[in-house]
Write a protein that binds this ligand. Sequence first.
Ligand code: C2E
Ligand code: MG
Ligand code: MG
Length: 711
Amino acid sequence: MVEIESQENPPIVLLADDDEMMRILIRKSLEQSGFWVEEVENGASALKLFKSLIPDVVLLDVMMPGLNGFDVCKEIRKLPEAIFTPILMITGLSDIKSIERAYELGATDFITKPVNWDTLGHHVRYLLRSGKTAEQLHKSKEALLISEERYALAAKGANDGLWDWDLHTGNIYFSERWQSILGYDYGTFGNTLQDWFKHIHKDDLQHVEITLSNHLEGLTEHFEHEHRMHHKDQEYLWVLVRGLAIRDTNGKPYRMAGSVSDITRRKKSEEQLIHNALYDTLTGLANRTLFSNRLSHAMQRLKRNQDSTFAILFLDLDRFKVVNDSLGHQVGDEILKTVAHRLELCTRPGDTVARLGGDEFVILLEGIQDIHDAEKVVERVQADFNEPIQLQHHQVVHTCASIGIVMGSPAYDRPEEILRDADTAMYRAKSMGVGRHQIFDPSMHHHVLSQLHLENDLRRSLEVNEFIIHYQPIVSLLTGKINALEALIRWQHPKKGLLQPNDFIWLAEETGLIVPIGDWVLRTVCEQISQWELSGLSKLRVAVNISAKQLLFDGFVDSVARIIDQTGVDPGVLELEITESAIMENLQIAKDVLHRLRDLGLQLALDDFGTGYSSLSYLQNFPVNKLKIDRSFINQDDSNAENRDLVNAIINMAKSLSMDLVAEGVETHSQLEWLQNKSCRLGQGFLFSHPLSASDIEKLLASHQNLLKKH
Ligand code: C2E
Ligand code: MG
Ligand code: MG
């Protein structure tokens, strides 16, 4: 007999037998073994009770009236909740047939009558336990299946390949997707570590091996590595391989499995992002960030080792803006690309060529001996620039560059400092003309600094009104009478005294301050004209100088019209002097602006004539009334026959175009006589009068002097 087990929830036994005696005995025996027994006397009741009771074990007598034990067993097995319920058949017929039948219908076991009461409890308990185990096994199998399925599904969804490595046999299962990622048909990739590793990029292989063995040795929790792998027919692709080793109780790995993902697209866009952050999109050259980075490395090397000399070349294309504005940005871009390419050809592979923006390029020359090496590169670059650039549509442009050179020095701490000095040297080169180069020298700093001060002063001077206007007479070479005046600006600087236009106009032009300054000059002159008219002085034409920046400034004509309107002067007494070079800077705009000024009724003079490149045919296209021969042609010693010929030609040309002509810079009587002989009508120069303040001019005008006879 099995001893009674005290249990709170005893296992429930459903017992079906038509023999009451049998039921009593079985119940007694099982209750003693700790079971809870529910009994019924026929098959139909057994089936009914099963559904509401859900017993842990079923005991069925085979021979019952109505539904016999076999029928009940068969029906119970159909119920989903009965899949794992042990069913024990009780049979009086110990023939093989009935036992086989019982098994076929889903019985778990059988006992024969007479029942062995000593072992019945054990038997049922055993059945119960094995039923439970079967159920658990089934459940965990099912769970495993679900999780495997889930994993496979996830891997498929992520488009990942799978691998599973048996470390005992050395075989690796590579999933179909794994193989197809690398371009292989399923089954053609191989199944060993060797097959795998021979596809890894040689530069990445060692690191993959180290990472893998670290994981196998238990040093890392996961294996995870991004590297390049050889595709069957493409170059390389980027993969992310993950894995996890499974270990025995000693911690020794016996299996490792994981996934592989194709991350080429991500890597490419990462690379693109990095590329965009470090390279100029137009030219493909390094950008400022990358350049500064390389430069600071070169600086660090130089600090460690005095022999690792380097130099910086700072290039700025000359007159690029003019080309860009007149030929369009597309052409501008094409030029920049060609220049970039040429610069790369002029340098060695270790050098860095970068575009800082606009038309500014820099070159870092490393491993050079001294400044002469840098100059050699500059010569190569300049020689290359001599070659015209062939554009699409058979256009050809000539470019040249101003280049500043700085040698690296341990005294520099930051890349910006060197770049600043290279920029300064470049500016100095530019101020010497086009296509020049200049080596940086520290004295340039002072120059830049004083320029900076001057710029600040210039901004302030407009507000505090430190400018004044002087007037210089333009004299009739026939009568000696004043024919007109030229207004010339001066700056009464609080510290530096009276400054001449040459000291500051260039800076005003560079900073754009010339626009408000020019407006001020025009307004002041117009106000002066009105005032002179009011005080009864004879009506004199006054010429005002206009710089290229003003002329090309949008709204210039409007502002002239406004000033004339507001001051009420007769536009006919106002003359604007424009230099040839201002017109040449942008022929189309200049022509348009000049026409509009003429339409306002203004007079126009071409200043400093002869210094530019105008030809006679050109001039006919521009609505100018007057030519002013530059003083460099007049103010020469008499022996310069070539100049005299040129002045001759200019005088004749002006006559044939019926333009007025002024000879500038007349200083001597012999110059005057020569001009008179050539019947040049007007002259301006120290011989007649220096530029004078407004009040001195008033006195001069009032005296009605013949200025030819002054000396
Ligand atoms: P510019 O228009 O050719 O003016 C004539 C310059 O020649 C004046 O110099 C004048 O003082 C100088 N000059 C006149 N006669 C003689 C002479 O016999 N010998 C010599 N050696 N020089 C003589 P300044 O006043 O220094 O002006 C220089 C330039 O500055 C002007 O050349 C003009 O281009 C520019 N400028 C002057 N005022 C203005 C202004 O208000 N606006 C603009 N944008 N430019 C101005
Ligand atoms: Mg002038
Ligand atoms: Mg002039």
